[in-house]
Design a protein around this ligand. Structure first.
Ligand code: XIL
Length: 452
């Protein structure tokens, strides 16, 4: 009899494991987990729709399970944080900080000194007045960086300060900071940001840095400035290449590699901060599977470069789903992100996973201390039969479940809870592998989980 009993247990556990194993394999394979193992940060923005509670629930579920760094699309910019002089509004930024802290995400702050999205009062009241503009910029940086001191890990201190000329130089028109203060606004901004949070990483961020290091190029100009800043003790630690590109821009990944190497000489990190690889909008109706494969191929090359260059730390995509992207409205481009409009991962997503797996953790160098990666993984939401569940630490979230049963790997029941709505704590259960069964009426979801 004993033999029969254990045999039936084996059959039972094999049956429930049959469902569980395939899901469990998929669970472990998030970009977030692979990035963490490699000591790197990979992420996307939170779109403004997220801040306004006007986004599909899938957005947040995917965001926090797949990524480990986050940026606000618009909510930490000057016009958002200081809409009226010396009246700061941190409500939306705080919402992101709370979300990031709850889910173990690193925060990039974007952006402090930029010619765009500056509140109108700055030029109306103080345009051309150097003394006043220095005071305004310092007060802004002191307050904003001070408010999120120790929470925002890295700031784009200056954004897009170089012009688009063939022989690059500072952007001298349509910039309230440059026109009123001159190029010293950049140096000052770094010094003030460092004083406000000495532990934050401080970046210079710009677009078109992926076009190579020819003499006179924007990238060469930036490298020269970084060199000067380092020689003069200006506390810059990183450069951000925005990298808003198109599918045809095939040379850009290797140009980014060359830029990373040039910055390595100066002991500065290079981050990809706003990547999107769009299609021209006119082609939107004609896109084929081959086009999406090609897009994936370019994403893969960027990820290869990112993992292979030891002084690269963050890989941030400017959006998560093609359903919400600045490309369509403002750039004449479309469908440049990892997930399609229905939140289905595109070949670009698979390419990033393939690249991560092709670069084992033992071969990827991290520019960060290991302690930055001690965060608990958030497992993806598992859905089946209209039931969903998610495990975060020892908390099991279920939307509405009549009954939860937990079994050990021999199929022995170790925990039962009835009428659970929302969440249940799996305290007092030893670490290890289990199978959880969630039942709502006649519907059942069975899943293998790891309790740490
Ligand atoms: C964009 C946002 O995505 C839009 O919602 C906003 O209307 C304009 O700004 N470079 C940057 C980002 O540094 O802040 C920009 O974000 C995209 C280009």
């Amino acid at each position: 009899m004993k033999h029969t009993l254990s045999f039936s247990r084996i059959v039972f556990s094999a049956a429930i494991l049959g469902v569980g194993i395939s899901n469990a394999v998929a669970d472990d394979e998030t970009i977030r987990e692979l990035a963490k193992e490699r000591g790197r940060f990979i992420g996307t923005i939170l779109n403004s729709e997220w801040f306004n509670d006007a986004i599909e629930p899938e957005f947040e579920e995917i965001h926090k399970t797949q990524f480990n760094v986050v940026v606000a699309e618009n909510e930490m910019k000057f016009d958002a944080t200081e809409p009226s002089e010396n009246e700061f509004n941190y409500t939306k930024g705080d919402k992101m900080v709370e979300y990031a802290q709850a889910n173990g995400l690193r925060i990039r702050g974007h952006a402090l000194a930029w010619h765009s999205q500056v509140a109108g009062w700055v030029s109306q009241k103080y345009g051309g007045n150097k003394t006043e503009l220095l005071r305004v910029l310092k007060n802004h940086i002191d307050s904003v960086v001070g408010h999120w001191k120790g929470k925002v890990a890295e700031w784009d201190v200056v954004n897009e300060a170089v012009n688009d000329d063939y022989n690059a130089d500072w952007r001298s028109t349509n910039s309230v900071w440059y026109e009123g203060i001159g190029p010293e606004f950049l140096d000052s901004a770094f010094v003030w940001a460092h004083a406000a949070d000495p532990d934050a990483e401080l970046c210079y961020n710009d677009y078109s840095l992926e076009w190579g290091l020819r003499e006179g190029s924007k990238a060469s100009f930036v490298v020269e400035q970084v060199k000067r800043w380092k020689e003069n003790g200006i506390p810059i630690t990183c450069v951000g290449t925005q990298t808003h590109i198109e599918i045809a821009h095939e040379t850009t990944p290797q140009n980014v590699r060359a830029l990373a190497k040039a910055l390595a000489e100066l002991d500065v990190t290079l981050n990809i901060t706003e990547l999107d690889i769009g299609f021209p909008q006119g082609n939107a109706d004609k896109l084929t599977a081959a086009d999406y494969e090609k897009q994936g191929h370019i994403y893969r090359q960027f990820m290869d470069v990112f993992l292979e260059e030891p002084n690269m730390g963050e890989f941030v995509i400017w959006g998560l789903t093609d359903a919400h992207s600045w490309l369509d409205g403002q750039q004449g481009k479309t469908q440049g992100l990892l997930y399609d409009k229905q939140y289905k991962p595109k070949p670009a997503y698979d390419s990033i996973m393939v690249s991560l797996k092709a670069h084992p953790a033992s071969e990827v160098k991290s520019p960060y201390p290991a302690s930055l990666f001690n965060t608990e993984a958030i497992k993806p939401v598992v859905k089946s039969n209209g039931i969903s569940m998610q495990l975060a630490g020892r908390t099991l979230f279920v939307a509405a479940a009549a009954k939860i049963d937990l079994f050990d790997m021999q199929g022995r029941p170790v925990f039962t809870a009835h009428d659970v709505k929302g969440s249940v704590e799996l305290q007092g259960i030893s670490k290890g592998l289990y199978v959880v069964r969630v039942r709502e009426g006649s519907k059942t979801l069975t899943q293998r989980i790891t309790i740490k």
